[in-house]
Design a protein around this ligand. Structure first.
Ligand code: F6P
Length: 507
């Protein structure tokens, strides 16, 4: 989801005393809360007159951090998205942004290579084979050191440091080495693999040691945290007890806690946006431009092989072949957001998806009524909210997904308590919904590998009556409204604050 924020310089004059105090602290260049994530939460935009400025990028993470930073001054360390010299640190709203430079070679080796062609496949059940290259690892290590250096420069004494995701797994260790005074948390947005898969990594011990520099490690699902603890035991020979791992630091080691803290979305903000007349009107326009079909099916994904887009298209094609559904009665809108296009597996996926869409339309579309409307674009949050509202059935069919925020966004946009969610059991969202509302009464749960089963769930969701749709949607909406991104960041920071201290380790 894309949010925009005006961070123009004239804004300072409008601040009250409390905010001015915050800005004064900003000038000291030391921060009580430091976020480190691969990307800064801004994109550079160029106006028609050629002037360049920063705009807040999509994602609930920024909103979560806003909530976390309400009572502290915060800085965000990350890559600005281009190769070469990084811009000087700058302020966006109340947030200090500290860019980390990456060269062209580092983007290829650290980001596209080790992060997205080694770790990403291993952490997602090896849906495609992982590549192992020592030069990628060296670049990953170097870039992680650089992130750690920036964090240490801007962290105030005793600050909280919150590191995000698989791209930065060595940062906890490198920060601790320089700054034993700070509290270090790390959160993994993607799954953490079973030990049998993690063991394939030639650098598995280094990664475990990198992460164990933290005080608290947060994961999407309990099985992810358990996989991490098991890897520490089996591959690093460490002693573990429940969620705790004892490190091999001097004086008996430290205790590091690993637990699940599932991420969420800014439910209230999105709900409010989805209720605006402009978004509702746009939803009606979308349906009308599709020819007002009886049922609109929708998929919105980054174009990533983990998302199960091919499985979904196969099931849809077979439902058409079997005459269970037919255009113009039913249409599938598939939004595929461009992603990591310099990685071969992503290029191959795009070719295959586009070939399949072409085949389905060639076979089943008529003039003016496509069977699949395929959109290879990124949309802003208003358009996404309208698409969600226009969709009778949302298809979320990943083969493996840490959480899947699209599922949460869809139900949040359905203030009308209508619509049906087909949801893969291999998502963190499924685990959370199942734990909080029971398996039977919420989404239409599928195993995307089981094409017959997936077809059955899609057909069931298409045919569901209004009463069933309402009761399921109500249950899902209540979960997301209560467990929102603000609650997530509060829970994470509370867990970090109460993480075991060296004194606990001595006991
Ligand atoms: O959640 C996984 C993740 O890699 C995030 O770190 C990232 O924000 C998102 O997916 C998009 O990936 P990328 O930054 O590689 O475009």
């Amino acid at each position: 989801m894309r949010t925009t924020c005006d961070g123009h310089p004239g804004r300072q004059a409008a601040y009250g005393t409390g905010a001015r105090r915050k800005l004064d602290k900003v000038r000291t260049d030391r921060y009580g809360l430091v976020i480190a994530a691969n990307r800064l939460p801004v994109d550079q935009v160029t106006a028609p007159d050629g002037t360049r400025s920063w705009r807040r990028s999509p994602g609930g993470l920024v909103t979560a951090m806003d909530a976390a930073m309400r009572d502290r001054t915060g800085a965000w360390v990350g890559w600005a998205g281009d190769a070469g010299t990084a811009p000087e640190p700058f302020t966006e709203g109340d947030l200090r942004l500290v860019p980390v430079p990456l060269t062209d070679a580092e983007i290829a080796l650290y980001y596209e290579g080790f992060s997205n062609d080694t770790l990403w496949p291993i952490y997602h059940d090896v849906i495609v084979p992982a590549s192992f290259h020592r030069a990628w690892w060296t670049a990953y290590d170097e870039v992680n050191r650089r992130f750690a250096d920036r964090v240490c420069e801007v962290a105030a004494p005793d600050a909280m440091v919150w590191i995000h995701d698989y791209q930065l797994q060595l940062v906890p260790k490198y920060v601790r080495a320089q700054r034993p005074d700070v509290r270090i948390g790390w959160f993994n947005h993607i799954p953490f693999p079973p030990v049998e898969l993690f063991a394939q990594l030639p650098w598995r011990r280094d990664i475990l040691e990198g992460l164990l520099g933290a005080d608290f490690l947060g994961f999407q699902r309990t099985p992810d945290a358990e996989n991490f603890v098991r890897a520490c035991r089996r591959l690093a020979g460490l002693t573990t007890r429940g969620q705790l791992v004892r490190t091999k630091d001097p004086d008996g080691g430290r205790l590091v806690r690993a637990a699940s803290v599932p991420i969420s979305i800014d439910a209230a903000g999105l709900d409010a946006l989805a209720r605006t007349p402009a978004v509702r009107q746009r939803a009606r326009e979308i349906r009308a431009s599709l020819g007002n079909p009886r049922k609109v099916l929708l998929g919105i994904d980054r174009l990533d092989y983990t998302k199960g887009i091919r499985h979904r298209l196969k099931a849809y094609e077979e439902l058409l072949r079997d005459n269970v559904i037919r255009p113009p009665d039913v249409v599938l809108v598939q939004v595929a957001t461009p992603s990591r296009e310099r990685v071969a597996a992503y290029r191959e996926l795009r070719t295959e998806v586009e070939r399949t869409v072409g085949r389905i339309n060639g076979q089943y579309a008529a003039i003016g009524s496509a069977a699949v409307e395929y959109l290879h674009h990124t949309y802003d949050r208003e358009e996404m909210a309208a698409l969600y509202q226009a969709a009778d059935v949302m298809l979320v069919t990943p083969l493996r997904d840490g959480m899947n925020l699209v599922a949460k966004e869809y139900v949040t946009c359905r203030g009308d308590e209508d619509g049906a969610l087909v949801l893969s059991e291999f998502t963190g969202a499924y685990q959370e919904f199942a734990a909080l509302a029971g398996r039977r009464n919420t989404a239409y749960i599928c195993n995307p590998h089981d094409i017959e089963g997936l077809k059955g769930r899609m057909a069931e969701a298409i045919r569901a009556d209004r009463r069933t749709r309402r009761s399921r949607m109500r249950a899902l909406r209540a979960i997301v409204a209560e467990h929102d991104v603000q609650a997530w960041s509060r829970t994470f920071l509370a867990a970090l604050e109460s993480a075991p201290s060296p004194a606990d380790a001595a006991r």
